[in-house]
Design a protein around this ligand. Structure first.
Ligand SMILES: Cc1cc2nc3c(=O)[nH]c(=O)nc-3n(C[C@H](O)[C@H](O)[C@H](O)COP(=O)(O)OP(=O)(O)OC[C@H]3O[C@@H](n4cnc5c(N)ncnc54)[C@H](O)[C@@H]3O)c2cc1C
Ligand code: FES
Length: 274
């Protein structure tokens, strides 16, 4: 059975759930079997409600995969994440996963640069762990956010030995620059793989810089999800080319990680900016 076909629904135990920045929390859960099969870039669907609402599970990527479970890093957006933020250690949480395809952390390129915008940093600590394990050296990291408060995980990447480049829109920490401008300054080349996650405009401009330099660019997309399993088509995004007779790809099963070249970024510009 392919690794991506192994999935579970666990009654996981919340071990910790602490604020890390205004409106942002980190939750650690015990879910040993899921953690054994999870890969960086994959995600899980979390049941946030005790009653009927919100009815749908909420998608969350694995911030870090640990021997006995994993960490989630999340931003309070609406009712589901608000309920998640209220959970205390000992709470049982229904989680479905691991889902989706995950990042390629392999050693087949010479240089790896992570580019994260705001809460888009969430899948990257797990990726940095995976790159370190696969390649023996940590990736470089561009951390970009609106303000200093929203620069998450800098200490964690630093502890892994990553060179971390900070950028804020208002110049309150690091360079006053956008993520794509910081990437450009690092001069990626054909030997580089760039990994990006964040707001659509940030991923599009980052992909433009990476691809113009001849680098690979892998993006982790977000979309509203209902089933998380390929059935409802709620998460489709436009692709540049037809694949298997379709011009759409499903973020939940074809992604969430995509080669940036296959995404129709112009169509995404007109979509609701997730
Ligand atoms: C594969 C995947 C992985 C994700 N990983 C993380 C993560 O690690 N950490 C994290 O904080 N968030 C992550 N998200 C986004 C997260 O799922 C949403 O923020 C969450 O579902 C919102 O639920 P809610 O009930 O709190 O808000 P809702 O009441 O459902 O919505 C509140 C607001 O958030 C917007 N919203 C709803 N769903 C999404 C979505 N999927 N993406 C962005 N905005 C949304 C709505 O348009 C609305 O404006 C991920 C999304 C996907 C698809
Ligand atoms: S969420 Fe249902 S097909 Fe992707």
């Amino acid at each position: 059975m392919a690794e991506r076909d192994v999935r579970f629904i666990h009654e996981a135990e919340v071990l910790a759930n602490d604020a890390v920045a205004p409106g942002h929390l980190r939750m650690r859960v015990r879910a040993e079997e899921m953690a054994r099969h999870a890969r960086a870039g994959q995600f899980c669907m979390v049941q946030t409600a005790r009653g009927l609402a919100p009815f749908l599970r909420r998608p969350m990527c694995f911030e870090r995969i640990l021997p006995d479970g994993f960490q989630l890093l999340y931003k309070i957006e609406g009712e589901g994440t608000r309920l998640l933020a209220e959970m205390t250690p000992g709470t049982r949480l229904s989680i479905q996963g691991p889902l989706g395809n995950g990042f390629d952390a392999g050693p087949d390129v010479a240089r790896r640069i992570i580019v994260a915008g705001g809460i888009g940093v969430a899948p990257f600590p797990a990726l940095a762990d995976a790159i370190l394990a696969a390649c023996g050296e940590p990736p470089e990291v561009v951390l970009a956010a609106r303000t200093r408060d929203m620069l998450l995980c800098a200490d964690l990447f630093g502890a892994l030995g990553c060179r971390v480049h900070l950028a804020t829109d208002d110049g309150s920490a690091g360079e006053r620059a956008y993520a794509a401008q910081m990437l450009e300054r690092l001069e990626p080349g054909p030997d580089t793989r760039v990994y990006a996650c964040g707001p659509i405009i940030m991923m599009k401009t980052t992909a433009d810089v990476a691809l113009a330099a001849g680098a690979e660019c892998h993006v982790s997309l977000e979309a509203h999800m209902a089933c998380g399993d390929g059935a409802c088509l709620g998460c489709v995004v436009e692709a540049r080319e037809e694949r298997e007779g379709e011009r759409m790809v499903r973020v939940c099963v074809d992604g969430p990680v995509f080669d940036a070249r296959i995404i129709d970024w112009e169509a995404r510009d007109h979509a609701h900016d997730l």
